[in-house]
Write a protein that binds this ligand. Structure first.
Ligand code: DAH
Length: 344
């Protein structure tokens, strides 16, 4: 019996398995019902009683060692590339899929939204397929305004009183917000807009805007100016300045266009700002009393300001991209330029 124990010990030491099946085979060979170790226990019953103590101990140790060895083999094959019958090694690490980068328009939209969220604005959204009321009528566009022209607007269903159309600006979300909420209202509304324009370096039929709206008691033009200045400094750096030029929009009175100091030449004059030192970034104004009225808000009690900007335009200024079409062509070489800008 002594030799048998030594023999099995040596065998166990040399035991190897490449697959789970081989490890299981080894278990059966040594510890199974007719296994070599199990058999020794049968033999043990018939040895002389005075030898039982010594061999009992040895046998128990052998069984322990065999169990440990087989456990070890099983573990090894499960962690080190077991090849299944199919030929696939299920334990191999997977192929890494390269992560894409966020689109520059998404990056800038998020930045704009984050800045206004810090100022206490909520995000509001609205449908891309809108109707005449929300895009034009409630915003004080007169009935024959050229924006309603087929050359400017994509109509989904024309020929009746309130036709469906693709929204031409995110100002429609102001209307929806004012109709559904009571002041104080402070919202920022990002979204995709559509215009019937020929595609060029400076225009596209699809682009993105962010609209802002603040309505409360006693809101003034000074509040508007301060909000835009703070935004410009967050977006373009602490040295940024703004200037406001009088303008006209049907939905604001007074209205203004806002320029930011050129962040490339810092006011010296370069070809991006065409030598002026200023870059136009948005339109804004005090919400016209007619708009408040159309949205069920009393203009004698409340006032408000609104602003709207093109996301692509802000992105172009930020990264000095000179052709709007880059944003829509999904050329991976262009998109990869923004990889490092991804904030996780
Ligand atoms: N809706 C305007 C556009 O599409 C942008 C705009 C200008 C929005 C002035 C406003 C505003 O809210 O006050 O060009």
């Amino acid at each position: 019996m002594k030799e048998a124990i030594e023999q099995i010990k040596a065998e166990l030491a040399a035991l190897k398995a490449k697959t789970a099946a081989e490890a299981e085979e080894a278990r059966v060979k040594y510890l199974g019902k007719n296994g070599k170790v199990t058999k020794l226990f049968d033999d043990f019953r018939s040895i002389a009683p005075e030898m039982k103590r010594e061999f009992g101990q040895k046998l128990n140790e052998l069984k322990k060692a065999a169990t440990a060895k087989i456990e070890q083999l099983k573990e090894e094959v499960s962690s080190s590339g077991e090849v299944e019958a199919s030929g696939n090694d299920l334990s191999m690490p997977g192929d890494r899929l390269p992560l894409g980068s966020r689109h520059p328009v998404s990056i800038v939209r998020q930045q704009i939204v984050d800045i206004f969220r810090k100022f206490g604005y909520d995000v509001a959204e609205g449908p891309e397929i809108e109707d005449d009321f929300h895009v034009f009528e409630a915003l004080n566009f007169p009935p024959n305004h050229p924006a309603r022209d087929m050359q400017d607007t994509f109509f989904v269903s024309a020929g009746h009183e309130n036709p469906l159309l693709l929204r031409t600006h995110t100002s429609s979300i102001q209307v929806r917000t004012m109709l559904s909420q009571k002041p104080p209202i402070r919202v920022i509304c990002p979204g995709r807009v559509f215009r019937n324009e020929a595609i060029s370096a400076r225009a596209h039929c699809i682009f993105h805007q962010v609209e802002g709206l603040y309505v409360d008691k006693g809101v003034t033009f000074a509040d508007l100016k301060q909000a835009i200045l703070l935004f410009a400094r967050e977006m373009f750096g602490p040295d940024a300045n703004i200037r406001m030029r009088p303008s006209y929009f049907p939905f604001t009175e007074p209205s203004s266009e806002v320029d930011v100091s050129c962040n490339i030449c810092h006011g010296e004059g370069c070809n991006i700002c065409k030598g002026s030192g200023w870059l136009e970034i948005l339109g804004c104004g005090m919400v016209d009393p007619n708009v408040l009225k159309a949205c069920g808000i009393d203009p004698n009690v409340y006032s408000g300001f609104a602003f709207g900007m093109g996301i692509e335009r802000i992105a172009m200024l930020k990264w000095q991209v000179n052709d709007l079409r880059h944003y829509f062509e999904n050329d991976i070489r262009f998109l990869k330029e923004f990889e490092t800008s991804v904030e996780v």
